[in-house]
Ligand binder design. Structure first.
Ligand SMILES: [Mn+2]
Length: 325
C-alpha cells in the first residue's frame, strides 16, 4: 500500500523512542521516496494552525505513535492521503487508513508499541527498532508480558545484548525531547541509518552527555518532597525539561500506588499533568476531552495539558475519581 505512494510525503511521529523507531522503520522502507519526518511542537498532542498549514503541501501523510485530534487528521486528509499507525486510545477515523488494533478491540499485550504495529505491517522480521519502541513504552514491565519477554530475550541472545542495553538506547533516544530539542528529535530517525549496531548507538557522545544532565534533574525532583492523600501520591514539580512522564513512571512503579504529577514549568501559560493508575483511566481521558483540554493516554496513563486556572479543579476531579472504589 505504501509502496505505491507518489509525490511528496510527510511522517508525523511522536517524539519518544517508540515514535522515533516507528518513523525510522518507515523511512527505511520508503528510502526511495521524497519524504520528510516531523514531530509536533514538543508536549503537544495536536497540530498548531501553523503546522496544519505547512503540512497541507504534502501528497501523503503518515502519522505514527500519535493520536492526533480527529479534526487535525481530517484537515490533513483534505489535501493528502493519510495513514495512521498507532496504539493510543481514541476513536476510529473512517475517512483515512487507520491502523490501530487497540481501538478496534485487540489486546494491547499483543500490540505493545507503534513500532511493533508498523514493523508487523511492513512484514519485517523482529529487529532492533521494532523492539526499542516496545521497551520504550513499557521499560522493565514488559518482562511481565510472556510473549514479548520471550521475543526480547531471544533477540538479545542472538545479538549479544542485555535487556538493559535496549533500555539504555531508549533513554538515549529520549534525551532529545526531554531536553526540549525538537530539531534534534527530528534528525534521529534518519541518523539511525548510520548506526549499524546497538553498540554504536550506546556510544553516541552527545546523547550520553544529555543523559547525565537529565538524570541529575530527574533525581533532584524524585528526591523532593511528595504528598500522599488517601493513598494517592501527588507530586508538584517545576522544570523546563519534558520529564513529567519519566517522573510519573518512576514514582508510580516504585511505590505501586496511584500517582499524579503536575509540572508548572514546561509551558508559560499551561500546566502539564500526568496520572498513572491501576484503575482504568479511559473515562477521565474522555472527561478531559469533554472539558476541552488537550489530553490522551492509555488505560493506565493519562496525560493532559491544562490552562493554569483550570489545574486545581481538574486535580480535584482526578482525586475524587481515584479515591472512589
Ligand atoms: Mn508508543
Amino acid at each position: 500500500m505504501l509502496d505505491e505512494l507518489q509525490g511528496k510525503g510527510l511522517i508525523i511521529h511522536h517524539w519518544d523512542a517508540d515514535g522515533i523507531s516507528s518513523a525510522h522503520l518507515l523511512l527505511y522502507r520508503l528510502f526511495n521516496k521524497k519524504i520528510v519526518n516531523k514531530t509536533p511542537k514538543l508536549g503537544n498532542y495536536l497540530l498548531t494552525e501553523k503546522e496544519l498549514n505547512e503540512y497541507s503541501k504534502y501528497d501523503y501523510v503518515i502519522v505514527v505513535d500519535m493520536s492526533l485530534p480527529e479534526a487535525d487528521v481530517l484537515r490533513l486528509a483534505e489535501n493528502a492521503k493519510v495513514f495512521i499507525f498507532d496504539h493510543h486510545l481514541g476513536n476510529v477515523i473512517k475517512e483515512v487508513y487507520h491502523n490501530n488494533p487497540i481501538i478496534k478491540g485487540e489486546n494491547p499485550d499483543i500490540y505493545p508499541s507503534a513500532s511493533w504495529i508498523v514493523n508487523d505491517f511492513l512484514g519485517n522480521n523482529v529487529n532492533l527498532f521494532s523492539l526499542i519502541g516496545v521497551v520504550g513504552d513499557h521499560e522493565q514491565r514488559i518482562k511481565n508480558n510472556k510473549t514479548f519477554n520471550n521475543i526480547i530475550n531471544k533477540f538479545c541472545q542472538k545479538n549479544n545484548l542485555q535487556f538493559d542495553d535496549l533500555l539504555k538506547i531508549v533513554y538515549l533516544l529520549d534525551t532529545n525531547y526531554k531536553l526540549g530539542d525538537k530539531k534534534a528529535v527530528e534528525k534521529v530517525p534518519r541518523l539511525l541509518f548510520e548506526y549499524k549496531s546497538a553498540d554504536s548507538i550506546l556510544k553516541n557522545i552527545q546523547w550520553n552527555q544529555n543523559l547525565r544532565k537529565l538524570n541529575k534533574e530527574i533525581t533532584k525532583h524524585l528526591e523532593s518532597p511528595t504528598d500522599e492523600i488517601d493513598g494517592i501520591i501527588v507530586k508538584k514539580i517545576n522544570t523546563t525539561y519534558n520529564i513529567i512522564s519519566t517522573i510519573t513512571r518512576k514514582v508510580a512503579w516504585d511505590s505501586g500506588k496511584n500517582t499524579m504529577v503536575i509540572n508548572t514549568g514546561f509551558f508559560d501559560d499551561k500546566d502539564q499533568l500526568y496520572v498513572r493508575s491501576t484503575k482504568n483511566l479511559e473515562s477521565m481521558i474522555e472527561r478531559g476531552k469533554t472539558l476541552g483540554f488537550k489530553c490522551g493516554g492509555k488505560k493506565e496513563v493519562l496525560g493532559i495539558i491544562l490552562p493554569k486556572d483550570k489545574t486545581d479543579s481538574f486535580i480535584d476531579e482526578i482525586m475524587e475519581f481515584l479515591s472512589k472504589n
